[in-house]
Structure formats: C-alpha cells, structure tokens
Design a protein around this ligand. Structure first.
Ligand SMILES: [Mg+2]
Length: 359
C-alpha cells in the first residue's frame, strides 16, 4: 500500500464539555458556557463558541476568563457524564472500524483505507451519526496521514468538514504559521521568529541539516511534516505510553522540601498504578508550572525496565535537585514512560536464554 493512498480521518468534538452541558440543559444553548475549575485558581477546560467570542480559551485561568466574560455561565464540570458521552462516541466510531486511535476524551483517528466507502462518505456519515445519537457536533478532517487529517479537522471548526488531498500540498501548507506544526512549541516559535521564520513557506527554504541545528532531534520530523510527509501508523491498541499524575496546588509552594515530599507522593501513586497495570517503566518525567504560568519539564531514564519505586525515587530526587525554582510552584506532575508489559520482559529474558543455548 502506497502511503499516499491511505485514508485517514481525524474526528474532534467541538467544545466538548461545554456542548454536553448545553445539550443536557437547553437553557444554556446559545450562551457563553465555561467549564473549568471554579475556584479562583482553576483554569478553563472547555468553553462554548459563544464564550470564545469574548476571547476566552481553554487553559486560560478562570479569573482571567471572568474578567473577559463576566456574564458567562461557569460550570465546574461533570466528568462522569463526559466520560459516558465519550464512550458513546467511540462506540459509534468502533462500529465503523476498529482501526481507531483514541487520542483524548473527544478526539480520535480512524484508518479507513481498507473500507469500501470513500473517506468523504465515511466522514459525513460520522458527523451525522454522532449528531443524531448524541446531539454533539464534531469536526472531521480527512487526508492521507495523521498530521494532515488533524490539520483538516481544525480547518473550519466548529461543525467542520475538510479534505486535504496530495495535490493541495504544498499550497495549503505554505501560508500556515509555524505554530500549526505539531511538535513546534511556543519557545521554538519565538526562536524561529527571531531569525525571520514565520510561516511554513519560510521554513521550507531550510535544508535538513539546518533544521536539525535549529530544532534538535525534532528538526527531522518537522522537515518531513512541512512537506506533507507523516508515516505514523494509527495505533489501534489502547496501550498506554505513559502513566502520570499532575495537580495544581491549592496554594503555591516555595518550600523545596515540601515540593520533594509532594513529588514523592505522586511518584508513589504512579508506581502503584504501574504495578496494578502489570507494567514496567524506564523513564521518569517531572513537570513544574510556576506561578507566572511558565513551566519546565525534565526527564531521566534508567538502563533497565523496572517497577521498583526506589530507583525511580533516585531519579526523581536527582531531577528536582537540578531544577531551578525561580518562583513559587503552582503545579507539579510526575510521569513514568518507556512502558512495557511485565510479561514482555520475561519474554525478552527467555529469548536471551534461548540464544545462549543455541550458541
Ligand atoms: Mg475537541
């Protein structure tokens, strides 16, 4: 199969939490609805398109949203209900194919390459089906790879439907601002802006070596993306890539000992989950968000896979002691990644023994 002939669909629910609230309570229809942490320290999870007109957007601190949109309806959210709706949506998608990669609670990729119908037909079917069964509108993007399918679903949100064909490349990509490229963060954008790179068209002038010099290991991937190349498969197994936890503190913390203590508690929770899932991990990542909303994350890996908390604890302490706490800490997260199933390790060992015997 030529990868340019793949049929990939990206489905993304529009303003998911806020839309569920509007469906369950018709009085909220047409109103600015903001779902998020209702305390003064909370952030917006989702807001309705009516609220977006005021400049409110997700991840914005609630106090800021309230300044922009004082007449908004603020709701703390009902996560059980959102989970229920999410399961319903994915069940509907699973009816179409099991070649699905669930990316988040309201977002998935489908590989419909081997299905009889055209991707356009299936895309429209999905939109109608979800609307009919749940009342929610979704945006659908279609292309021959994941990067472009996601770009297409963002193209005319909400209630979007957009197809990116091979012949549309590079014209469709050229004018896009570089922030649209998956994998490029704000910092890289700033760095590239400084040297006069604003759009994908600007970035297309640089060769692979220069891209790697500019952006490190991501450079190669981004070099491909901006040329419309993305060979990533749809990951159908709902296998976890990482297990983690993060929380915003009720009060900012600047006591280093206290931060270590909290980090160790989080690590403990995460290792418990790792053991429960019968998995082993290799890498510890720590994420810290400061009271000015800047954040840092650092990770460190072991040579071996393990589920032994004390090894992760050593890495965690090492990571924390090398971090500069420039101001009070607002949020802390601990994540384990590089996961394998416990039995996979046994299989690996078994293979080694097998090889030795053979020699
Ligand atoms: Mg969404």
């Amino acid at each position: 199969m030529n990868i340019l002939n793949r049929k990939i669909i990206h489905v993304d629910v529009d303003a998911f939490y806020a839309s569920v609230e509007q469906i369950d309570n018709p009085k909220l229809k047409g109103k600015p609805v903001i779902v998020g942490g209702i305390s003064s320290r909370g952030v917006v999870s989702t807001c309705s398109y009516e609220a977006r007109k005021y400049g409110v957007h997700s991840a914005m601190p609630i106090f800021q949203a309230k300044k922009l949109c004082p007449e908004g309806i603020y709701i703390s959210g009902r996560h059980d209900r959102y989970d229920e709706m999410s399961k319903k949506i994915f069940a509907l998608l699973h009816e179409i194919t099991d070649d699905i990669e669930i990316v988040s609670i309201d977002e998935a990729y489908l590989d419909v390459t081997y299905l009889y119908h055209t991707a356009e037909y299936i895309g429209k079917y999905i939109k109608n089906k979800i609307k009919k069964e749940t009342g929610l509108t979704v945006s659908v993007g279609i292309s021959y790879n994941k990067f472009l399918a996601k770009l297409a679903s963002e193209w005319d949100k909400p209630d979007g439907f957009f197809v990116i064909k091979k012949e549309d490349i590079p014209e469709i990509l050229k004018p896009l601002p570089i922030i649209k490229i998956h994998g490029i963060g704000k910092k890289t954008v700033e760095k590239l802006n400084k040297i006069g790179i604003y759009s994908i068209e600007d970035l297309l002038l640089y060769d692979l070596d220069t891209m790697v010099n500019l952006m490190g290991t991501m450079g190669e991937e981004i070099y491909e993306r901006i040329r419309g190349v993305d060979n990533r498969e749809i990951k159908t197994h709902s296998e976890r890539k990482s297990i983690g936890t993060e929380m915003t503190f009720t009060e900012d913390i600047d006591d280093f000992e206290e931060i270590i203590k909290r980090a160790e508690i989080y690590l403990h929770e995460v290792v418990e989950l790792l053991i429960k899932k019968k998995m082993l991990a290799k890498t510890v990542m720590i994420k810290i968000k400061f009271d000015d909303f800047t954040q840092v994350s650092r990770s460190k890996s072991l040579e071996v896979y393990t589920d032994d908390e004390k090894y992760f604890g050593l890495l965690l302490n090492d990571l924390l002691h090398h971090m500069v706490l420039k101001s009070k800490v607002r949020l802390l997260g601990v994540t384990l990644s590089g996961l394998i199933n416990n039995h996979e390790k046994q299989l690996m060992l078994f293979d080694l023994i097998g090889e030795d015997n053979g020699k």
